[in-house]
Design a protein around this ligand. Structure first.
Ligand code: ZN
Length: 195
């Protein structure tokens, strides 16, 4: 992986997270919970895969943004391990990965994971479970959290508030944790009713 001065790396990280946010907004426009992800090549700037949450559209419980992005990157590299001669790839995602996605990140040998908002209900990178960098699993990934977290959390909070017919909060974020907890429950109920 290319080593950059910290300020350049920060700029690049923010740019890539904004690409993930574009995917999240597209998911929201399609009525899905707004989560987006991108997989970036070891050069730090080439997008190998983009993904947005599409579980409802595809009737697919595995169609999380990270899975979609890693699948696309795997096809781009013709390798289920997202490895290149230059090194491993980075995954940027707007919400802390769940256990399924964290496990897929291990299988893909992602070398660097960056996520924005914590997911206190299902996060598997420290919030609920610790799947990444588990002492008994052999793959290690560098993890950076909190990048653009406020914006990504607000996007999720607003989505759930809108779905429940409440006024969107702008520009001040409410208690994101509560919004996520309440929102996720509402989401599940709605899915059950639809089914
Ligand atoms: Zn997931």
């Amino acid at each position: 992986m290319q080593l950059l001065p910290q300020s350049d790396q920060d700029d690049l990280d923010e740019r890539m997270m904004r690409s993930a946010m574009v995917e999240a907004r597209a998911a929201e426009a399609a009525g899905e919970v707004p989560v987006g992800a991108v997989v970036i090549a070891p050069d730090g700037k080439t997008i190998l895969g983009r993904g947005q949450n599409r579980v409802l559209r595809d009737s697919d419980p595995t169609a999380h943004a990270e899975i979609i992005a890693m699948r696309e990157a795997g096809r781009a590299l013709s390798n289920y391990r997202l490895l290149t001669p230059e090194g491993g790839c980075s995954l940027y995602v707007t919400l802390e990965p769940c256990a399924m996605c964290a496990s897929a990140i291990l299988h893909a040998r992602i070398s660097r994971l960056l996520y924005a908002a914590d997911d206190p209900k299902a996060g598997a990178c420290g919030s609920v479970l610790e799947v990444l960098n588990h002492p008994q699993l052999n793959h290690r990934a560098a993890v950076r959290t909190g990048l653009l977290a406020e914006e990504c959390s607000r996007m999720l909070s607003n989505f759930f508030l809108t779905r429940r017919g409440k006024k969107r909060i702008d520009p001040h974020p409410m208690d994101v944790e509560e919004a996520l907890l309440g929102g996720s429950d509402g989401d599940e109920e709605e899915v059950v009713r639809k089914g």
